[in-house]
Design a protein around this ligand. Sequence first.
Ligand code: AMP
Ligand code: ZN
Length: 493
Amino acid sequence: MHLYDQQHIKIYNSLSGQKEPFKSITEGYVGMYVCGPTVYSNVHLGNVRTFMSFDMVFRYLKHLGYKVRYVRNITDAGHLENDADAGEDKITKKARLEQIEPMEVVQRYTVDFHNILSIFNFLPPSIEPTATGHIIEQIELISTIIKNGFAYEVNGSVYFDVHKFNETNDYGKLSKRKLDDLIHNTRELDGQSDKKNPQDFALWKKAEPQHIMRWPSPWSDGFPGWHLECTAMSTKYLGDRFDIHGGGMDLKFPHHECEIAQNEAAKGQSPVNYWMHANMLHLNGQRMSKSTGNTVNPDELLSGDNKFFSKAYSPSVIRFFNAQSSYRSVLDLTDDGLLASEKGFHRLMDAINLLDSISSTSTSTLNVSEWKQNCYDAMNDDFNSPILIAHLFDAAKYINQIKDGKASITSEDLKLLKQTMYAFTFDVLGLQNESKKESGTDKLSAAVDILIKLRQEARANKDFALSDKIRDELAEAGIQLKDGKEGTTFTTN
Ligand code: AMP
Ligand code: ZN
């Protein structure tokens, strides 16, 4: 019996606008795709928030025993400025400004992205495909869409025919937009004149002579449209129809709307059962965004080296802050909010650290099984992490009461409480016990101090063979002793 047979998740599906019971296509397996970063600059905390929300979803699904294939791409080609069909490729532009190869830009910011995610204790996705690694698949998709009558070629570029598509399908069903309204609201922009209609979007663009990232295709030397890569890569690894597709709210239109249209046009079916959209991180009441410069990068918050916040915050405090609001709510990053989260996080960790030292009796004053189910109910309700955290705080209070002799717990319940606290705090929320890490360092200091004393005794007894052995073997273990006027100290590498 798997946990997922007992715990039934409901997911808010952006497509229906409702919370729906989650049922995976293949029992026990979940296919999940999340739009990854465009690697042309350092990720900001807004980007991190979206990926963190889906890391939590991934973690919870795994915790329930699902075998999850989590695909998160790297956009390393095809994403033009202003997310439009005209203008320069974001990566090529950065390469031109810095006078380096586009692939150097891609490498630099992919490495940065991975470093940041590992600092925040993200689980790596199962597959991390790149757009440039899937050009052939994208060309094949375009050929199919043309063959099915939903795309046309003009001057070496290929566009998706939104009007033709809308005759038989519903363009706008995800973002709840009507094509008529879109027509009404669209201005004709420079460079779009090849299109039959301004709403049409590029599947393939002919490269201008100065465009470096280009590939041969039946239509021209060029590059694929941004929306196409996600259709090509998600369906390649997860099938023509898969369980969950996620991304930030800002990607709902046009990016995800176009993904649906491309898939329906190429494969005759909607690609995704549950569309999940994470809400935006704000800074000073405004959306954090690269284009407006209203951003804080993770390293600036972690080091405290920024103009917005009073101090440095640890990765787990930032994770905790994020989990204290629902992934579907706007979250405003403020110093007060982070300070409060820091306090709360330490309160929770202190309680967890007490679990090793409290003793059990013959009765429990809290129904621990019921409390445990409350934790699951919170996460089953569209991954409601703030409610889960409220339950974890209830347990923290209970643990403190037990310590103070004001409450009691049986040994069986203590085991259950400990298991559940660990599972939700560390496995599901992905927090790390930083105070334990510190006390780990303290323990190392205490142990090395004992060895330093033994070495002093050996020297006093003129047993230099032993004193050297202690020094050399510690050095081999990466601990260097340093004899100074004030006594012996140590450093680690
Ligand atoms: P990009 O690299 O611009 O394609 O963005 C990568 C991801 O970050 C996308 O899923 C965006 O929706 C998401 N994102 C961008 N800005 C924010 C923000 N302020 N808050 C939350 N997510 C964001
Ligand atoms: Zn995408």
